[in-house]
Ligand binder design. Structure first.
Ligand code: DAO
Length: 282
């Protein structure tokens, strides 16, 4: 049975929002400690904005989690309930389709007009369980999770023919499809240049032009960016087809935003590394 760590709340019955920093932090700690004490499937969370809680969690992480996920762990096989991002309240299914398992979630924040950071979307990174075990199991199957070199593991995940989905759930309420196009043009354009040099305008244009004006992106919209077999990038918005493009460079560039060297949410990447290393079948 596989045990995964998610430093955030698993879906709970909806409670009225708790106001005030300390109350929220206290309930978060209490929730984690109570669950750990009970020895049950553990519910862990992280309040990124609270330094005390962050330090406490880091302490636990560095002393326990790295080698043995004694808390904040979950068997997906035993509990397929969705995973909630505590900051945005967004829920992610723990399995997409039949076999893509959730490896971690994160938050994309963006600075607007050089002034303030807004939460634009929460994201979840999924990878096909069968592919993970087939491709990564061969190479890393004999090593324990703590022995696996995480950088190699992530590079292999990005480079191999492993089906993956990055799910974006929009939390910002005033997003136009135009701003989606230009945000992709900037971030993906940057990565295309990083991996493929300057001559990739046509590829970028093909990708961004898929986001046609007819698509509306209200809060709650879901954009799925899926790498299918043979590096076909398949995009949907709220389940509707947006387009497919076969390009290793494009797939790599998209994945790099979330799990590359300079990811949007570093903490999410660490969780993904950890969970991936833990779920490779021995
Ligand atoms: C006002 C900010 C607008 C940002 C829109 C982002 C929408 C999706 C873009 C995905 C790629 C990225 O996060 O850069």
């Amino acid at each position: 049975m596989v045990s995964l760590r998610f430093p955030f709340l698993f879906s709970q019955p909806q409670k009225p929002p708790v106001t005030g920093r300390s109350r929220r932090s206290f309930s978060t700690i209490a929730c984690s400690v109570a669950a750990a004490a009970a020895g049950a499937t553990v519910v862990a969370s992280q309040d990124r904005s609270n330094p005390f809680l962050r330090d406490a969690l880091n302490f636990f992480r560095s002393n326990f989690n790295r080698s043995s996920p004694v808390w904040g762990s979950l068997s997906l096989a035993a509990d397929p309930s969705p995973v909630n991002d505590p900051k945005t309240g967004v829920a992610f299914p723990s399995v997409l389709g039949d076999s893509r398992r959730l490896l971690g979630i994160g938050l994309r924040r963006k600075c607007v007009m050089g002034l303030k950071n807004i939460d634009v979307y929460a994201f979840g990174v999924y990878a096909d369980n069968g592919d993970i075990n087939k491709v990564l199991g061969e190479k890393y199957g004999k090593a324990s999770a703590s022995e696996i070199e995480k950088k190699d593991l992530i590079d292999d995940l990005m480079e191999s023919d492993i089906c993956m989905t990055v799910r974006l759930q929009i939390v910002y309420g005033r997003l136009s499809i135009r701003s989606v196009r230009s945000a992709f043009a900037e971030s993906v354009g940057n990565r295309l240049q990083k991996f493929g040099g300057s001559d990739n305008k046509e590829l970028l244009q093909r990708f961004t032009s898929q986001f046609k004006d007819e698509f509306k992106i209200p809060r709650g919209s879901i954009i799925d960016l899926s790498r299918e077999r043979d590096n076909v990038l398949h995009t949907t918005i709220d389940g509707k087809e947006v387009g497919s493009i076969q390009s290793n460079l494009l797939c790599r560039s998209i994945l790099d935003l979330y799990i590359g060297d300079d990811p949007f949410d570093r903490r999410a990447k660490e969780d993904i590394e950890f969970n991936l290393a833990s779920c490779i079948q021995k």
